[in-house]
Design a protein around this ligand. Structure first.
Ligand code: ADP
Length: 643
């Protein structure tokens, strides 16, 4: 409005500067009027002439203008628009010109001017008539409109071109049809490619008649929805193409007005393959022997039947659960780091871990994951394979390998260890037989003693072997009875003094030791073994001390010797099956590394623990604890004395 006022005011000011021209009579006036009107009429018709450029229009108008002036033979005109100037043929720079401004959308964009060439008329104030001025103003106004129209046309053309380009370049089928009859107004190139119909085969025809719709009802449903909602988004429809084949499309449509008719601008995306692959994926996932899951924002969003089978949880129970909540606590870190590594390095890093199933069963699974997009967001696709069976077999294989290694080790050691006492027995027995009468009584007795102790060693070896195989076969049964620890230890020490006569066997028993419920035979076996080791591995004449006392809620028993001791790094190993410290192996001390192993199994069967302590060079102490019963724990130590 403001610009309009500015425009009118500016031109009015210019008009006011001129006097009206002479009126030489009605005829002359009429003639002038006719010329002016013709000029305006011609300008109007130039404006509406189709397919002419703005330049062509302005050139025509600038040559028309002088003809409407009082003195057409000497009149000239000029239109300036921006940097462009359009001049009539006899344009002259001299003399005062009459000028009117051209406004486009309220902005001053140029001028239109007229003048007379030659000095005769160029003088005086009454040079231009009021009508000429009015004519010029209306011409400038018209020119403004022409430019505005032209700009609008250019913009429209540009947007039409853009639409048409987009319409044709669209990778999806696009059609424009009338809403009510379904008459095809336009189709794009993709339509012709996808349906097999040429553009001319379908334009003006009805889509039902062409056979694009499977039934009239299908189209009616779409029309109905469009009428109700004005637009449609991603509606699945079936479309028939020229070959008769049916394709699956995803239809989005808008209602548009074209030439006063309501039309449908539709975009149809062919999702046949997409749907087929989606269905294929679903089938694969449903029947896969692998457990498949999808996690988004740390929550399970999808699981397949096999995943549900492995975990024992139903689909509903799994949705929105944290996968790590199913993982065994010890394996959570492994799973986390393998996932972080895979995503960061974009490199599948299989990891094996344990899942705690719904029924509390432990299932071993092997997992690989990949980063994906799921429902528009970053997610993780994971596969798990149930490897519980494989893990079981692997363990069995390891056990079997260990067993067969043990067997061959055992064979080698046993044959060596058996041969030594056997050779002794055989040697001395042969001597007695061969030299029977020649041997003194003392000699015969010494030989028989050697045979006797070799037989003991042999028997012990065989006992240990049998005991080990019984333990390994799980045949150990404890025969627990209430036993006085002090009595038991004193008895064991007394027997050991006879057996290991070269060593001083001492006891140190806390007064008032309780009675404990143990398999006394087995605990005796443990202590015998420990005393014999003490005797075996420490020099003759040194002491071996058996101690017993309460410690916390337990009974602590130990056997200490003054031998060479055990290196710190070997303290744990010596309880392993068939483990012998190398040095000992070659030092001539007999043994097959089963003694401490058996001791450990027997103590543990009683619910206790066994370990070794040693100051190398000063001796070793093997200690073990046995749990005390509630009553034994409460009994106060009574007065007694050390053995
Ligand atoms: P073995 O005595 O038959 O070799 P053990 O199982 O009794 O088997 O002992 C395992 C190993 O522990 C022995 O070979 C020995 O090296 C070491 N060992 C056991 N007891 C003692 C001890 N009292 N002093 C030093 N070393 C010992």
């Amino acid at each position: 409005m403001e610009k309009e006022r500015k425009k009118k005011g500016a031109n009015a000011a210019r008009t006011g500067a001129c006097e009206p021209g002479d009126t030489d009579g009605v005829e002359h006036a009429l003639d002038k009027l006719v010329r002016e009107l013709r000029c305006l009429y011609d300008i109007a018709s130039i404006t509406t002439t189709p397919h002419t450029t703005l330049e062509e229009k302005l050139t025509e108008i600038v040559n028309l203008l002088p003809r409407a002036m009082q003195h057409p033979h000497i009149a000239f005109a000029c239109i300036s628009l921006g940097a462009d100037k359009y001049k009539s043929t006899n344009y002259s720079e001299n003399g005062p010109n009459l000028r009117s401004m051209i406004f486009v959308h309220g902005d001053e964009r140029g001028t239109v001017e007229v003048g007379y060439a030659g000095e005769t008329i160029a003088a005086g104030n009454r040079l231009f008539s009021k009508e000429e001025k009015l004519l010029l103003d209306s011409v400038s106004e018209r020119l403004g409109e022409i430019v505005e129209h032209n700009l609008a046309e250019a913009a429209l053309k540009e947007s039409e071109e853009k639409f048409s380009r987009a319409f044709n370049a669209s990778p999806d089928v696009m059609t424009i049809t009338t809403l009510d009859e379904g008459r095809i107004i336009e189709v794009n190139e993709k339509y012709t490619q996808a349906t097999g119909y040429g553009r001319n085969d379908v334009i003006g025809r009805n889509s039902i008649e062409i056979g694009n719709w499977l039934s009239e009802e299908d189209r009616q449903k779409v029309v109905q929805k469009l009428k109700e909602q004005g637009r449609l988004r991603d509606l699945e429809i079936e479309v028939r193409i020229k070959t008769g084949e049916t394709r699956l499309g995803q239809l989005s449509a808008e209602l548009i007005e074209l030439g006063g008719k309501t039309c449908v601008l539709a975009v149809i995306k062919d999702v046949t393959e997409q749907k087929q692959s989606r269905e294929l994926l679903r089938t694969i996932s449903q029947s896969s022997p692998l457990g498949i899951y999808i996690i988004r924002n740390d929550r399970l969003k999808y699981t397949n039947p096999q995943f549900q089978k492995i975990t024992g949880f139903g689909q509903e129970e799994l949705v929105d659960r944290d996968l790590l909540g199913l993982v065994a606590l010890e394996d959570v870190d492994v799973v986390k780091s393998s996932m972080v590594y895979t995503i960061r390095e974009n490199n599948p890093y299989p990891c094996e871990y344990r899942i705690l199933s719904r029924t509390g069963q432990i299932k071993w699974v092997m997992q690989t994951i990949a980063a994906i997009h799921y429902e528009g967001e970053a997610a993780i696709l994971g596969y798990i394979m149930d490897i519980t069976e494989r893990k079981y077999l692997e363990r069995k294989v390891i056990e079997y390998e260990e067993l067969s290694k043990m067997k061959s080790d055992l064979l080698a050691t046993v044959s060596h260890e058996l041969r030594t006492p056997l050779a002794t027995i055989k040697g001395y027995a042969t001597m007695i037989l061969d030299y029977d009468t020649k041997l003194s009584r003392r000699e015969s007795r010494d030989y028989l003693k050697t045979i006797d102790s070799a037989t003991d060693r042999l028997a012990k070896l065989v006992d240990n072997l049998l005991e080990t195989s019984r333990l390994e076969a799980g045949l150990l049964k404890l025969d627990r009875t209430e036993t006085s620890v002090a009595q038991l230890i004193r008895g064991i020490a007394a027997e050991a003094r006879v057996r290991a006569g070269q060593h001083r066997i001492l006891t140190e028993l806390e007064p008032g030791l309780p009675r404990v419920t143990i398999d006394a035979k087995r605990i005796r076996q443990v202590l015998d073994n420990l005393i014999d080791n003490g005797a075996k591995y420490s020099p003759s004449g040194t002491e071996i001390k058996l101690s017993a006392k309460r410690a916390g809620g337990e009974l602590l028993i130990s056997v200490a010797d003054r031998g060479p001791g055990i290196p710190a790094e070997e303290l744990k190993n010596i309880f392993d099956r068939m483990y012998r410290i190398e040095q000992r192996l070659y030092s001539g001390v007999e043994g097959i590394g089963l003694g401490l192993y058996i001791c450990q199994r027997l103590v543990e069967a009683h619910g206790g623990r066994i370990w070794a302590e040693s100051v190398p060079g000063q001796g070793s102490t093997i200690k073990f604890v046995l749990p005390l019963s509630g009553r034994a724990r409460k009994t106060r130590p009574a007065a007694g004395q050390a053995g």
